[in-house]
Write a protein that binds this ligand. Structure first.
Ligand SMILES: Cc1cc2nc3c(=O)[nH]c(=O)nc-3n(C[C@H](O)[C@H](O)[C@H](O)COP(=O)(O)O)c2cc1C
Length: 187
């Protein structure tokens, strides 16, 4: 049994990102795996201060001692980490960026605790054209991070959502999501 951690970067619990998260989680759970969803908007995550306190003795925690110190064990404990976010201003949301920046605290001597981990992403945007939406900036940014972790990218699902809940009627994104779920379940 694997544990899949899904990071929800959307503040809208009735929105498109969360709908896709729930569908993904349903399939993963049906296949006997464990899912934990972190609604990042619900947490008061402070921005990284760049002090590198976490590099001194690599305590795997942050000197700020906010909610993140309680979330790091969930991150370390997972087999797959899924980044899920709406596209805000041509990148993933600030809620997710705050969390990602704070992963700096998981460095260890000569590397990072997430080295070799598996990752996937889900992005939703308002634009009907992926190129115009800015999703490629988000994909590239996450991809850089995965390469930094010398990890494995299991896949990216993205498509048009919008203000209304429209992804359930988008056969392409639902098909891509199903394929990603199957891939995650097969690890
Ligand atoms: C602050 C803000 C910025 C946005 N920026 C973009 C953007 O750069 N490109 C785009 O295609 N859609 C943009 N959108 C639209 C959202 O990505 C879209 O509505 C998405 O479906 C929201 O996801 P959700 O339903 O999970 O909340 C933006 C929306 C907001 C609120």
């Amino acid at each position: 049994m694997s544990k899949i951690l899904i990071l929800n970067g959307s503040p809208r619990k009735k929105g498109n990102t969360f709908f896709l998260i729930q569908e993904l989680a349903k399939t993963i759970i049906q296949n006997g795996h464990d899912v934990e969803i972190l609604h990042l908007n619900d947490y008061d995550i402070k921005p990284c201060q760049g002090c590198f306190w976490c590099y001194k003795e690599f305590p795997l925690k942050c000197v700020q001692n906010d909610v993140m110190n309680g979330l790091y064990p969930s991150v370390l404990d997972s087999d797959v980490i899924v980044f899920a976010s709406p596209i805000y201003w041509f990148n993933y949301s600030a809620q997710l960026k705050l969390f990602v920046d704070r992963l700096v605290a998981l460095h260890v001597q000569g590397g990072h605790s997430l080295n070799g981990y598996k990752f996937a992403s889900i992005f939703v945007y308002g634009d009907t054209n992926a190129q115009g939406s800015g999703v490629h900036t988000a994909i590239e940014s996450i991809d850089h991070m995965i390469r930094y972790f010398r990890g494995e990218n299991l896949g990216v699902v993205h498509g048009t959502g919008g203000d209304d809940l429209t992804v359930p009627d988008n056969p392409e994104i639902m098909k891509d999501l199903k394929e990603l779920a199957e891939k995650i379940c097969s690890i």
